[in-house]
Design a protein around this ligand. Structure first.
Ligand code: FES
Length: 64
């Protein structure tokens, strides 16, 4: 599914680039693109957060 229409970036490509990214700009840089209209930025930010949650694992969730 396309997340970023302006750059024709699909969810899988963005998720792969979100791995240990710290910012939305990091993700776009890894994809070799730049944000344009900005409509997808909240979705990309959510992908980064989801990737962080996965990396931190159930231990940190249990500690919260
Ligand atoms: S939809 Fe991603 S920059 Fe426009």
């Amino acid at each position: 599914m396309y997340i970023c229409i302006c750059n024709a970036l699909k969810d899988k490509e963005l998720a792969a680039a979100s791995g240990d990214a710290r910012t939305v700009a990091d993700v776009f840089r890894r994809c070799g693109r730049r944000p344009q209209c900005g409509k997808c930025l909240p979705d990309v930010a959510q992908m980064i957060e989801d990737a962080r949650d996965l990396e931190s694992g159930p231990q940190s969730i249990a500690a919260e």
